[in-house]
Design a protein around this ligand. Structure first.
Ligand SMILES: [Fe+2]
Length: 345
């Protein structure tokens, strides 16, 4: 069961154009394209006639023609032409979904279209602002999206899984604090007077010890913005002066495709060395490698979750407070939706 009345990031905006793009979101098959005027469209990806995927059809102007028997649909999902007959049966339509381009991502709203308000899309301006450069990519992970969110909300795993890039022996030793603010979850960790991790040394050249931060901000359903960076120890970063350091926003957008497939859109936005292509390349390669390490672990973990006895004993740790709060709020939103209550303020 997934939250329905909410925006899900479902692709990079540039991926959607005049060819048909198929993607499952929240257990529903969807087909995406743009009109001749460039407006994004999302339809249920199944012809109302024989269940052929509409993504195997073609665009004729702004109409989508099914590739099996030629039925044509307009952008609202209404069937407007049936070859060989004039009468179009009542109910000959597929669902159309509200979609919006924002921050270089495409967002889709699977729930009640009347509630889809574009102002509810979270702020990710770092991905689309002058003064920031943001290499990124897409990954699909064979796990439930909550398992992926557990990973993102507890960065103590950096020490063990990502030692070649952003992990260091000390990350897991420093405690983090979890704060719930309305329906956001914030997890903050400061690591004082320690060596910079390999990636930060590569792009920032830190030879001396640094004060390093990870400030995670989660909003439903799976938008995780991590404020990361470091500055030389004693330069005042914990007090708010980051001028001697480097900082970035690691955007991690996690969307359920099915119960066992997760779409992971990531972007690493930085505000330093903007024109240095080699820094961009190093960051892209390091982050990508890091996330493949996660993918490998998450899929192996999901396999055991699915095959292990449900009674098997597992324990929770102090580092689990962030993941736990996220799951709790998702449960709360699901319950509110099931009871037909309005969206939260
Ligand atoms: Fe990770």
């Amino acid at each position: 069961v997934f939250i329905r009345n909410i925006w899900y990031p479902c692709a990079w905006s540039h991926e959607i154009g005049r060819s048909l793009f198929e993607r499952w979101i929240c257990n529903e098959p969807m087909v995406f394209f743009r009109t001749e005027a460039g407006k994004p469209v999302a339809l249920y990806n199944r012809c109302v006639h024989r269940r052929a995927p509409l993504s195997k059809g073609q665009l004729i102007g702004d109409r989508l023609q099914c590739g099996y028997h030629g039925l044509e649909y307009d952008c609202s999902g209404k069937c407007v032409k049936i070859p060989g007959q004039d009468a179009i049966p009542a109910g000959a339509a597929v669902k159309s979904y509200p979609v919006a381009d924002k921050w270089r991502f495409l967002w889709v709203w699977p729930g009640d279209p009347d509630k889809a308000d574009a102002s509810l899309i979270p702020d990710l301006h770092w991905n689309d602002s002058p003064g920031w450069v943001a290499p990124g990519d897409t990954l699909t992970i064979g796990c439930n999206y909550l398992v992926d969110l557990d990973n993102l909300m507890d960065l103590s795993h950096l020490t063990y899984l990502h030692g070649r890039t952003i992990g260091t022996p000390y990350v897991s030793e420093f405690p983090s604090t979890t704060q719930v603010i309305g329906e956001r979850v914030n997890v903050t960790r400061w690591m004082i007077d320690r060596p910079a991790p390999p990636l930060f040394q590569r792009v920032g050249g830190f030879r001396q010890n640094v004060d390093r931060w990870q400030i995670i901000d989660w909003t439903a359903p799976g938008n995780v913005v991590i404020d990361v960076g470091c500055a030389p120890t004693g330069s005042g970063a914990p007090q708010g002066d980051r001028s001697k350091g480097i900082e970035a926003r690691s955007l991690n957008l996690v969307t359920p495709m099915t119960e066992r497939q997760t779409l992971y859109l990531w972007s690493y936005c930085r505000n330093y060395k903007l024109d240095d292509e080699s820094v961009t390349k190093t960051i892209y390669e390091d982050v990508k490698r890091t996330f493949f390490e996660d993918k490998d672990m998450l899929e192996a973990q999901q396999h055991l979750i699915d095959t292990d006895s449900p009674q098997a004993h597992t324990i929770s740790l102090r580092v689990d407070s962030g993941p736990m709060q996220v799951r709790r709020i998702i449960e709360r939103i699901l319950k509110r939706e099931a009871q037909g209550e309005p969206l939260a303020a």
